[in-house]
Structure formats: C-alpha cells, structure tokens
Design a protein around this ligand. Structure first.
Ligand SMILES: Cc1cc2nc3c(=O)[nH]c(=O)nc-3n(C[C@H](O)[C@H](O)[C@H](O)COP(=O)(O)OP(=O)(O)OC[C@H]3O[C@@H](n4cnc5c(N)ncnc54)[C@H](O)[C@@H]3O)c2cc1C
Length: 459
C-alpha cells in the first residue's frame, strides 16, 4: 500500500528528478516513479548543454558534482552541406557524462526527501471527478498498483505516457506528431586520431545524411566523440527513412570516426515544435520532453527540461498552498513558461519549418552569401528574434539579393516569427479563452504552412 503524496512525478530523467528535488526541498511529500532501476537511468543524448543552464541550476542551491562534466566547450562550428562554408558561433557549454548526471540528480531528489519508486512502469492516469488523481503502474513482478497524489507530473519523456492517455478535451493531451519531431541515432565512439579543437562542437547540415535535421560530432575528449544524426519525423514515417541506416551508410566508415570503437549506441525521439497549447490540466502538469520543452532548431532539451521543471514546481507549490489544483489553479505555469522560453520556442519552430524546406543547394548558397552573419545566428538562437537596425537591414538586403529564392523563404519565416509571437503574447490569462486562442494560432500557422507547401494543421 502506497501513501497519497502531494506530488507524484512520472519519470526520473533530468526533468522529473529536478522537479522532485525542488518540491521535496520545499517540504512537499513527493514520489519519483521510474520504470528502470534508479541506478540504470540513462538517457541517449548528444550530452551537450549550454553554460547558462548550469549557472541557473546552481542558483537553486544544488551543488554540482564535477564528475558530471567531461569537457568544456567554447562554441559551435556549423558547416554547409558541401563543407565549403564554416560558421563559428561562440558560446560556452559542457559535454556531460549523462549517466553520472542522471545519478547525481536522482540522489539530489532522494536527499531532499523524495521517495524514489523505481521498477514501476506507469500505464495510465487515474481520473476521478474530472481530476487526475495519480497513475496505474505495474511492478517488475507484474503486480498492478495504484499510486495516488494531489498533483501528477508527467516527466516521462517524449512519449508523455500520462498526458497523452487523457481524453482529448484535456488540452494537455495533444499528441506529438512525427512531423513535429526528429528521430535520432547516436554513437559514442573512440577514434584512432587526435580530434582537432575538441573544445568545439560540430553541426553539419546535409539533407542526404540527415534530411530535415542535422548530423553532429560532439567531442568528449581528444579521442572520444558523441556522433549522431536526426531525421525529420515526417520523412521517417512517410518515406521509411531510418537514422541508424543513414548513420551506417554515411558516417560509420567516414574519416570522422576513423578507427571507430563503439562505446555506446542508441537512439530516441526529440520533440521539435512549438509549446503544447497547455502544459497543465486538472491535477496534472507536464515537464521536459513530455511537455515538448525543447529547442525546435537544435533539439537541445536538457536546459529546457530544467527550466520547465523549475517553473512547474513553483506553480504546483502555489496551487497546493491555495488548495486549488484545477487547470486554472495551475495555469500560471503556462504563462511563466511562455515568458521565460515558450514564445521563443514557438518562433524557432516557425524558423525550423522553413529550414526543413531548403534543399542542400539552397543551404549551400544561403550560407555562402552569409545572409545571416555568425552574430545574427547567435542572437537569433538566444532570443528567437532578428531585430535588425536600419544599417544592418540594408546590409542584409544586399546579401539577400544574391540568393533570391532563399531570401524569399527567409523573409517569409521572419515575418511569421513576428506574427506568431504576437499571438503568443496574447496567450489567455485563464483556461476559458484557450480554445479561441488556439483556433487563431492554428489559422496563422496554416497561413504560413500553405506558403511553404506543407500539410495543414488541425485543431
Ligand atoms: C539522440 C538525442 C540527442 C540529444 N542531444 C541533446 C543534446 O546534446 N543536448 C540537449 O540539451 N538535449 C539533447 N537531446 C534532448 C534531451 O536529451 C532531452 O530533451 C532531455 O533529456 C529530456 O529530459 P526528460 O527528463 O524530459 O526526459 P527523459 O530523459 O527521456 O526522461 C524520461 C524518464 O521517464 C522514464 N519513463 C518513461 N516512460 C515511463 C513509464 N511508463 N513509467 C515510468 N517511467 C517512465 C524513462 O525511463 C526516463 O528515465 C537529445 C535527444 C536525443 C534523443
């Protein structure tokens, strides 16, 4: 028999463990439920995280054990498909030892008082009186159990095992469609040469190797690298593409992984879309990948997982104090997330859709013309905006003249990034207006998608 908790968190990845740590630290009774053994929690990722996320994390009072960091990065090299153009975008970050990272976060949750309930696979939410009251789960030995709480947090990763099982009138239940995801495969390899500039991560745009995505080479030392690729989910579903097969075809025998000794292999799905229409429902909240809190351009989700968990925890604590865990009682999480990151995420999603329609030839010509300078790429990835002053606008116009077809698409994306931002700024202050707001958002997206010749979205 399990007690009824204040908060029950499904999934002990970055998002779930951090939320458990934050809320248990505030004195709430918290259960962190995980299908794997706690010691075996491990996420297949590119293992890279921006320094600013780590700085935020330390503000929460957590002291980070140094052994989670394998390497410090100074920036990213971005390559055109024909490799003739290289951008260098400065920005500090780290390569994580992701296994140690997971264990460190689970321990932090445990030490702050959360109960770790591992070896439990959650199957469905328990709904009573319209509220989520916990989950049904099965233990390793097959026993079916019920775990109950005032608030349930879905932190189960991209599958969103709890929220997607809710009936469709709960807006939080919207599914992650293949066209809003990237399907990725990566290897950690030891190579037999000394990796030059291991302090730089490398991103390669190439629609043959990674259609609608990119392939990466993230050094972990001068001999070991995390190498992988992501393919737009739509092409995986419609054209039967497979990231592992592309890896074997294009990268496995390439000079990049010369002497390739496999240390670890694996894959996963990365959400690459605008935020969920709502990240909350009655008695339920979603965080991390389960809430599609990921950068739609580069798929970085470890930082947004931390951010979404911090904001969700604040909203849950407040809702419990007020004794109101209804959708309206938890609503502030939607607003806080949009302000902190979600609006930018939506704008980057608009940009992502445009990028996915560019051919290798257009990418080569666009990068060669340096339509966007390194500084502009950096600013856009930070703010989701390209607010160019008069002089810079004129310079850009000159650069655009050289590549009119790419220029048309870029201008279209920039215009709709602004339009979508305006809609998000008017995100409803409470749930009553959500359906109208969503209808306006979908209409605007469809206007844009029509111009890009992409299939239309439905409500
Ligand atoms: C190949 C790849 C490369 C990536 N590279 C990067 C990168 O370099 N940098 C970056 O920032 N992001 C990267 N990402 C994204 C990043 O890994 C995720 O955004 C982030 O790890 C999400 O954390 P999370 O806690 O939300 O989910 P997860 O880490 O997926 O955690 C979910 C947890 O829930 C558990 N769970 C699932 N289902 C159940 C169930 N039914 N019952 C109980 N428990 C369950 C899982 O076992 C898991 O422990 C990458 C992703 C992939 C797939």
């Amino acid at each position: 028999m399990y007690k009824t908790y204040d908060v029950l968190i499904v999934g002990a990845g970055t998002a779930g463990s951090y939320a458990a740590y934050l809320m248990a630290k505030q004195g709430l009774s918290v259960a962190l439920v995980e299908r794997k053994r706690a010691e075996e929690v491990f996420k297949v990722t590119g293992d890279a995280i921006g320094k600013h996320h780590i700085e935020e994390l330390t503000k929460s009072g957590l002291s980070i054990s140094n052994d989670v960091f394998m390497i410090k990065y100074e920036g990213a090299e971005l390559y055109s498909p024909d490799l003739s153009i290289k951008y260098f975008v400065a920005g500090e970050g780290y390569g994580l030892d992701i296994g140690k990272w997971a264990q460190w976060l689970i321990n932090a949750a445990n030490n702050s008082g959360a109960d770790i309930i591992d070896n439990h696979t959650v199957s469905t939410p328990i709904i009573e009186g319209g509220f989520v009251k916990g989950v049904k789960a099965s233990r390793r030995d097959g026993t079916q159990v019920e775990l109950r709480a005032k608030v349930t947090v879905d932190a189960s990763g991209a599958t969103g095992v709890v929220r997607t099982k809710l009936p469709s009138q709960y807006r939080i239940s919207e599914p992650l469609l293949p066209e809003d995801a990237s399907y990725a495969y990566r290897e950690i390899v030891e190579v037999d040469y000394s990796i030059p500039n291991p302090q730089n991560i490398r991103i390669y745009l190439d629609n043959n190797i990674s259609p609608g995505g990119y392939w990466w080479f993230f050094p972990k030392s001068d001999r070991v690298a995390n190498v992988g690729l992501g393919i737009w989910g739509r092409l995986v579903k419609e054209n039967g593409l497979n990231p592992r097969i592309n890896y074997e075809k294009y990268l496995a025998s390439s000079p990049y992984v010369k002497g390739r000794k496999l240390l670890h292999t694996g894959g996963g799905i990365v959400p690459t879309r605008r935020p969920l229409a709502s990240m909350v429902g009655p008695g339920i909240v979603a965080v991390g990948d389960a809430a599609v809190a990921v950068n739609p351009i580069h798929g970085g989700g470890i930082g947004p997982a931390l951010l979404s968990s911090a904001l969700a925890s604040k909203a849950i604590i407040e809702a419990l104090e007020k004794g109101d865990v209804s959708e309206a009682g938890l609503w502030r999480y939607n607003l806080d997330y949009l302000n902190a990151y979600g609006i930018k995420q939506a704008q980057l999603d608009v940009f992502r859709l445009m990028l996915q329609t560019l051919t290798n030839d257009q990418l080569n010509r666009g990068l060669r013309a340096r339509i966007l300078t390194e500084d502009e790429v950096l600013r856009m990835s930070i703010s989701g905006n390209l607010d160019l002053s008069g002089g810079k606008k004129a310079l850009m116009a000159l650069r655009l003249l050289k590549v009119p077809d790419v220029a048309r698409k870029l201008s279209l994306a920039l215009r709709y990034m602004n339009e979508i931002k305006k809609i998000y700024i008017n995100y409803p202050r409470d749930p009553s207006e959500l359906n109208n707001w969503l209808a306006a958002l979908v209409a605007k997206y469809n206007e844009y998608r029509l111009k890009l010749k992409l299939p239309l979205m439905t409500l």
